[in-house]
Design a protein around this ligand. Structure first.
Ligand code: GLA
Length: 381
């Protein structure tokens, strides 16, 4: 990938050193080669600059990491890091900063994997989005079988949230801003049309969400606090519940800064509800993060390979997401787009090779969805 950038720079240099050149309509140089819009075959739209995903946006472009992948010397992980640093400037820990990985026993926290991720981010100028403080699917075993009182349970969760947020507020960049700029405070509070029955809801009550945001804010006055959920686009009833809850949090001065729309999409779902959802979430006036974007190409398990038709439908859906986000969300509310994985085979949806949900093939070459995603970022519907 870096080679591509170096080659582009060399081409420009050669042109400037006396080769015949011409002016394109926008005053740039025509470098020759393919005539399909200047594409150089590398999937990035070709030409000179911008070259990588992060170059096409003014908002952060994110992907997911693990401490292991950031330190592994396998060629696959070396290649992974090259793609990561070229295309992205924001990272989310896929699992390493979840409660089940950190909260080892009452009052004891293992921050080592998160610390390694933060150190990597600091060294490479990346933003870290913290994910996720309170989520029903990441409760450590010992806590799941907790036999103390509800008050004791709540005190443990309060201590966990405060200790974790405080810990990750320590590392700063050269400007004094925290490397961990934000947290998904509560993930998936709603289940379809109602509040999810979870250990937090049962032992603390429906207002565990408000308490969690308040605890996080007490631990760090600056960090951005997000509510994160899936099918915000695609399930209008669930979306309405979320919007009502968030609006009541705002009017009750519960500290919330943003909403994470996970965006686990299918190649043909949702359609018109996607822009509507982005608009309605934007209307809350909070920050908007597409926080876990991927697009299943084989949801119905009806193909055995990524057919050209299905690849195009998937590409169109990636373009829908990037276009509507870019087009609808005002700059001041754009917290960024985070894609949930790099290579297909590393996706939680890979299904042993039965689906291909991401932007890169298993050899890290880009799929047509990558080009379409860029088209959307460029404002092409
Ligand atoms: C949810 C979580 C993510 C990830 C996915 C897939 O969307 O928020 O962290 O775990 O499920 O498992």
């Amino acid at each position: 990938m870096k080679t591509r950038k170096i080659l582009s720079i060399l081409i420009i240099a050669v042109l400037f050193m006396g080769c015949s050149s011409d002016s394109s309509s926008d005053g740039g140089i025509i470098v020759g080669g393919p005539t399909n819009g200047g594409d150089d075959g590398d999937g990035t739209g070709g030409g000179t600059t911008p070259e990588y995903l992060q170059d096409f946006t003014n908002f952060p472009m994110g992907n997911i990491v693990s401490a292991f992948k950031l330190s592994s010397t396998s060629s696959a992980n070396v290649d992974f890091r090259e793609v990561l640093l070229n295309d992205y400037n924001s990272i989310t820990a896929e699992n390493d900063m979840k409660m089940a990985n950190i909260f080892t026993s009452a009052g004891n926290y293992d921050f080592s994997d998160g610390d390694a991720i933060v150190a990597y981010a600091k060294a490479n100028g990346l933003r870290v989005h913290g994910h996720a403080l309170v989520w029903h699917s990441s409760v450590p075993g010992w806590l799941n079988s907790f036999s103390g009182t509800n008050e004791e349970f709540e005190a443990l969760i309060e201590a966990y949230v405060k200790a974790t947020v405080s810990h990750f507020a320590i590392e700063k960049d050269a400007n004094g801003n925290s490397i961990v700029a934000s947290w998904d405070v509560v993930n998936e509070y709603f289940d379809g049309g109602s509040i999810r029955s979870s250990i937090f809801q049962q032992k603390i009550g429906d207002d565990f969400i408000d308490k969690a945001f308040q605890w996080a804010r007490e631990a760090d006055t600056d960090v951005k606090l997000f509510y994160n959920d899936y099918n915000i686009a695609g399930e209008p009833n669930k979306r309405n519940l979320i919007i009502n809850k968030v609006n009541s949090m705002i009017s009750n001065s519960v500290p919330i800064d943003g909403i994470g729309m996970q965006m686990h999409l299918n190649h043909n779902w949702p359609t018109s509800d996607l822009p509507l959802a982005i608009q309605q979430i934007t209307d809350t006036s909070l920050l908007v993060h597409i926080s876990e974007l991927d697009v299943k190409a084989n949801y119905g398990n009806d193909v055995t390979e990524l057919t050209a038709t299905r690849a195009q439908e998937q590409a169109d859906q990636y373009q829908n997401a990037s276009y509507h986000y870019t087009n609808i969300v005002p700059t001041a509310q754009q917290y960024g787009i985070t894609i949930w994985g790099v290579r297909d085979q590393d996706s939680w949806l890979y299904d042993g090779g039965g689906d291909w949900p991401l932007l890169y093939n298993n050899d890290y070459s880009t799929k047509i969805a990558y080009d379409s995603f860029i088209d959307g970022l460029k404002g092409n519907p």
